[in-house]
Design a protein around this ligand. Sequence first.
Ligand SMILES: [Zn+2]
Length: 338
Amino acid sequence: MYDNIIKIYNLESIKNKIESITTVKLNDQLTLHLRLKKPIMTCPVCQTTPMYFHGYRLKQIIHSVSIEHKVLIAYQSRRYKCKLCCKVISESNPFNQSYERMSLNTKLSILNHLKDIHHNFADTAKLFNVSSQSMINIFDKHIDTHPRKLGEAIKQIRIKIQRKYDQDSLRLEYNDMYYYMLKKFHYFFVKDYENIYDGKIRVSKMKSYWHKSEILSYLLKIDDSLTKAYRLKEAYRVFNLTASFNDCDERLDELITEFRNSEFEIYRTFGQTLNTWRDSIKNSFIRIDGRRISNGPIESINNKIKTIIKNSNGIRYFYRFRNKVLYSINKDVPITNK
Ligand SMILES: [Zn+2]
């Protein structure tokens, strides 16, 4: 019976845990009064089961998944007491970390909103009913455009493999042609295949023209490890393009496992990031009017950067400014969970 509320307010991940939920609207604020089902608790100190109910504690959590009105979760968190050792603990809280006043969903909505180059920090804060400072804290904490991107990862792997075949290197397995091809056609590893020029491409060292399909198949015959890394990157890309909210679980788990078991450390780190943000990735497949929530890149990058500068009225710190630019113009900057 709560299905619609659960859907609208993006609580599907904890749907099975909800015991009751009622909504109260007052002026422009909507409050979701919520209780979770009673779990059987075991004392963390002396392992006695069960622990006994010891009252509620109200937690108010900002949950700005809608920008039409303020949404607050009034969460009656149950407390439990151990009969034996008197230890009192709270049930586990699925909304946020206990010291925070904001739900994970709110953070994600904010970060999604900031992705648009036209949205600056100050306006976004107002829109989501949080203070400018706490919003900037969220941004700084979760947006780090440095190397965890998949494109960057495959690039590093390609360079590592390419070195193996460098003529100047002292290694035995050097092959000048492999080195040349990997270096010259480095963009085959990062660019989407369908965006690579579809005519004849000059391979000067061979004094001939090749089609992109010939080049790719040459590149993928060079080194097994590199090929494996490339295929995994492609699998993730296809997954991103084709998965839907309802069928993504299994595929996502498979991909995470593959990344985490990769021979390359940078892939394992990426797998870790995917795993940490598993639910958020899943949520990103929710479609509104058939479209995922993202901004289509239309203008040139320069234009975008200018827009960000214009809209930010001067972002004081270069590092944050750089992150905002990279985050806004790149589709694959992960949101980190630290
Ligand atoms: Zn105990």
